[in-house]
Write a protein that binds this ligand. Structure first.
Ligand code: ISE
Length: 339
């Protein structure tokens, strides 16, 4: 039985990310426990539920959200399933932590935004976990302090060891670079107005037909120019780096120098191999912040507007990738609920 006041969470989607969130809520987060897990694969849901005391497996998100012992929902199913799960959570007036992307395209994200507005209050935190990473938080605090002056440029590097099976070129934009879209908006406080995608000769290690790496450029409404190297089959490790170039100096994060070793005439360190490792602390902080805010009856962190804005930039990015060159971002006016 959950302690009184403990947030009882249904986790929708028990793939890699969802299963990691179940572990996190049970073992790391305070004030919450998992009482339901949902997966279209019944056996997988049962296997995950079997490891958690008092947890019921479901194949239908709506059934889990209607259960008496569910107070909140964490959505970690694939992006195309998010809209239906979010609308069902709204129908039950349940607070939601929704993994990124909010939805795969701007039209569906806008429908979510409209549905949340009709509730009259915010219900959704979006899983842009980099906003909870200690290094990104330091960079944000430094930029906000004004010590470096106005930011002019951001350089991002985003590398994965290997792309998952079934990945396509546009997923580098809407599944990977979506993080840079969000941190750029968050770090600078600007909206992204245009996206250009340049396509170097693909790596011989990329799957057939995949444009990898890509070089993506954002323009912002505050006059900044931002570049992103996305390379999802780099082979050697998981690296996420960012450098801000400002009027009075620069600041860089993500070098991964937590420990440097000297041995046998060489110096060096190790490189994380995936995001669950590199961003483990950020995920822990993100989920704890969601649980704490939800228990206070609040919604904090990146919300549906941020999810929609990232979806609109992704859409422009995919257009720029397909057609070559530059595509402008089409964004609706920011509704009062998100100002
Ligand atoms: C994945 O879904 C993530 O969110 C990771 O942070 C990103 O590095 C990876 O490219 C995505 O596929």
């Amino acid at each position: 039985m959950a302690q009184p006041g403990t947030l009882r969470v249904a986790v929708v989607g028990t793939g890699r990310m969802g299963a990691d969130h179940v572990r996190r809520i049970q073992q790391v987060t305070s004030g919450a426990r998992v009482t339901a897990v949902v997966d279209v694969d019944a056996e997988r849901a049962e296997a995950v539920a079997a490891g958690v005391d008092g947890c019921t497996p479901y194949t239908d998100p709506a059934a889990a959200m209607a259960a008496d012992d569910v107070d909140a929902v964490l959505i970690a199913s694939p992006g195309p399933a998010h809209e239906a799960a979010l609308l069902t959570a709204f129908a039950h007036d349940l607070p939601v932590l929704c993994e990124k992307p909010l939805t795969p395209d701007a039209a569906s994200a806008l429908r979510v935004l409209e549905a949340e507005q009709s509730l009259g209050r915010r219900r959704v935190q979006v899983g842009f976990m980099r906003r909870y990473d200690a290094e990104y938080l330091k960079l944000k605090a430094l930029l906000d302090s004004g010590q470096l002056g106005r930011p002019l440029l951001l350089h991002h590097r985003h590398r994965n060891v290997a792309s998952p099976p079934g990945w396509r070129s546009e997923m580098l934009v809407n599944d990977s670079v979506v993080h840079e879209m969000d941190v750029t908006r968050w770090l600078l406080g600007h909206e992204i107005t245009a996206v250009t995608v340049l396509r170097p000769t693909p790596s011989a290690n990329a799957p057939d037909g995949m444009q990898d790496p890509q070089f993506v450029v954002f323009e912002t409404d505050g006059g900044a120019v931002v570049d992103v190297e996305i390379f999802v089959n780099c082979g050697f490790g998981y690296q996420v780096q960012a450098e801000a170039v400002c009027e009075r100096g620069t600041a860089r994060i993500g070098d991964g120098h937590a420990m440097v070793t000297n041995m046998a005439g060489r110096w060096g360190g190790t490189i994380a191999q995936d995001y669950l490792d590199r961003f483990a602390d950020a995920y822990d902080r993100e989920v704890q912040a969601w649980v704490d805010a939800t228990r206070r009856g609040e919604v904090t962190g990146p919300g549906a507007w941020d999810g929609y804005a990232a979806a609109a930039v992704s859409e422009a990015g995919v257009r720029a990738l397909d057609q070559g060159g530059r595509a402008e971002v089409e964004l609706v006016e920011r509704p009062p609920l998100y100002r």
